[in-house]
Design a protein around this ligand. Structure first.
Ligand code: DMJ
Length: 435
C-alpha cells in the first residue's frame, strides 16, 4: 500500500512538472496551471486565482517534505533547485497570512529540519519577517492579508482558525532563529481569541480583529475554527507551553459538553450558539473529520474511535465524503470533494496510537476511491459533486502535502516518523522539537 501511494504521488507530481512547473498549482483537467496571486491593482488589491499571476511555488514548497519522507531523492532535488532559482518573497502582493503561514512557512521549516538545508531556514526567516506586520492590529489578532513588500494590511473580519493557527510555525521559527518576536506575536493572537470565549467556554466563527467583537456567534469544530483547537493542544505538546495546555483543557471540556452530539446514529459535533450552547444545526463534513486525530493525540481514544466511525460512514454512504452533510437526515448540504486530507489524517493517528487493523482497511477504501473517482491522465482532480463524481479542474497543494502524506504514513514502517517526538502543523508539515 505504501508503494501504491508513492506511485499516486509520483503521478500527481509528474503532472505538475509537465504542465504547471514554476506555478502554484496544477489544473489536472485542462493540463494547465493556476497561480494564487497577481500583482495588485488599485481596483483589485487582493486578486486571487488569476492564471499567469505571481507564483509563490505553493505546490513545490508544500510537497517537498512529502518527497523527503517518501525517499524520492531525485524529485526532491529538482524541487529544491526550482525553489532556489525562483522563490522570492520580495513581491508587491497581498497574501493571506494564514494560508501562507501553514503551507509555505510550515513547509520551509519542516523541509529544513528534514534536510538540514540552511537556505530553507533563511527563506522561512525572510517570509516570517514579511508576515509580521499582519499582527499590528489594536488587539494583536492578525489582519487577514498582508503585503509582502510594503507590509500594508487589509481584511478585518477573521476567524479563530486563521488567527489562532500560527503558533507552530511562528513559534518554531523563533526557536530556530533565536528571535522571540515570532513566538510572542502568534501566542498573543491565540490568547486574544481564547480570552474572548463565551461564559460557557466556546468561541464563535467570525470576529473583527480591530475591535475584538464577534460577528458570528456560531460555534463548531469545522472550517474557520478547526485548527484553533488543534493548535491549543499541539502548542502545549511542541513547546511545553503551560498556558496552551490550560487553554486546551478548558476548551475541550466545553466542546465535549456543548458541541458534541452523542446520537443513536453515533458521535457527531454540531453547530451551537457560543453563548447559550443552543443547537443551531447538525452539519458535519470533510473538514470536521480532522477531530478524531486531535482527540487521539490528546489521549481520548474512545471519542476518537467513535467519531472516526461517523466520518467513515460519511465517506462510504456517498462513495467519497461530501464537503458537508446533515447527519440527522443524511442529506448532502455541500456537494464537492476538494481532495481533502482530514479523514485520512485521523485514520493515520488512530492506527498509530491503537494499532488496530480496521484503520488499514479504512485507508484502502480511501485509496480505492481516490484512484477510481479523482485520478486523471495528469494528476488527481477535486470533485464538483460526490453524487455524480463530476470532476473539477483543481488539485490543491494540500493533496500532495497532506492527503497523500498521511495515506503513505499509514502504511509506511512505523520508524518513518515518531509521533511522540514530532508534531504536524495543520498542513501536515512535521516539526520536531530539536530545541
Ligand atoms: C488545509 O489547508 C489545512 O489542513 C487546513 O487546516 C484546512 N484546510 C486544508 C485541507 O482541507
Amino acid at each position: 500500500m505504501a508503494e501504491r501511494v508513492r506511485t499516486d504521488f509520483l503521478h500527481a507530481w509528474s503532472g505538475y512538472q509537465q504542465y504547471a512547473w514554476g506555478h502554484d498549482e496544477l489544473k489536472p483537467l485542462t493540463q494547465s496551471y493556476r497561480d494564487w496571486y497577481s500583482t495588485p491593482t488599485r481596483e483589485n488589491p487582493a486578486r486571487v486565482g488569476d492564471p499567469g499571476g505571481t507564483s509563490l511555488l505553493m505546490t513545490p514548497v508544500d510537497a517537498l517534505d512529502t518527497m523527503l519522507l517518501m525517499g524520492l531523492k531525485d524529485e526532491a532535488k529538482q524541487d529544491r533547485e526550482l525553489i532556489d532559482k525562483q522563490l522570492s518573497f520580495d513581491k508587491d502582493i497581498y497574501v493571506k497570512n494564514f494560508e501562507i503561514t501553514i503551507r509555505l512557512l510550515g513547509g520551509l521549516l519542516s523541509s529544513y529540519q528534514l534536510s538540514g538545508d540552511k537556505r530553507l531556514l533563511a527563506l522561512a526567516d525572510d517570509l516570517g519577517t514579511r508576515l509580521l506586520p499582519a499582527f499590528n492590529s489594536p488587539t494583536g489578532m492578525p489582519y487577514v492579508f498582508v503585503n509582502l513588500k510594503t507590509g500594508s494590511v487589509r481584511g478585518v473580519e477573521s476567524n479563530p482558525a486563521e488567527i489562532g493557527s500560527l503558533i507552530i510555525e511562528f513559534g518554531t521559527l523563533s526557536k530556530l532563529t533565536g528571535k522571540p518576536v515570532y513566538y510572542d506575536k502568534a501566542k498573543r493572537a491565540l490568547v486574544e481569541v481564547y480570552n474572548r470565549r463565551s461564559p460557557i467556554g466556546l468561541v464563535g466563527s467570525s470576529i473583527t480583529v480591530e475591535t475584538g467583537k464577534w460577528i458570528d456567534t456560531t460555534s463548531h469544530i469545522s472550517g474557520g475554527i478547526d485548527s484553533y483547537y488543534e493548535y491549543l493542544l499541539k502548542c502545549s505538546i511542541l513547546f511545553g507551553d503551560k498556558d496552551c495546555e490550560r487553554m486546551w483543557q478548558t476548551s475541550i471540556a466545553a466542546l465535549n459538553k456543548y458541541v458534541a452530539d452523542d446520537t443513536a446514529g453515533g458521535l457527531w459535533y454540531a453547530q451551537v450558539d457560543m453563548n447559550t450552547g443552543k443547537k443551531i444545526s447538525t452539519h458535519y463534513g470533510a473538514l470536521d473529520a480532522f477531530f478524531p486525530a486531535v482527540l487521539a493525540l490528546s489521549g481520548d481514544l474512545d471519542r476518537a474511535r467513535r467519531l472516526q466511525e461517523s466520518s467513515y460512514k460519511m465517506w462510504t454512504t456517498f462513495g467519497v465524503e461530501p464537503e458537508e452533510f446533515d447527519y440527522t437526515t443524511m442529506k448532502i448540504t455541500y456537494q464537492g470533494y476538494e481532495l481533502r486530507p482530514e479523514i485520512i489524517e485521523s485514520t493515520y493517528y488512530l492506527y498509530y496510537f491503537s494499532g488496530e487493523p480496521r484503520y488499514l482497511d479504512m485507508g484502502k477504501t480511501f485509496a480505492d476511491s481516490l484512484e477510481k473517482y479523482c485520478r486523471t491522465d495528469s494528476g488527481f482532480a477535486a470533485l464538483i459533486n460526490v453524487g455524480t463524481k463530476e470532476k473539477r479542474d483543481a488539485m490543491e497543494s494540500f493533496f500532495l502535502a497532506e492527503t497523500l502524506k498521511y495515506l503513505y504514513l499509514l502504511y509506511a514502517p512505523r520508524s518513518t516518523l515518531d509521533l511522540h517526538k514530532t508534531v504536524f502543523n495543520t498542513e501536515a508539515h512535521p516539526i520536531e522539537r530539536t530545541w
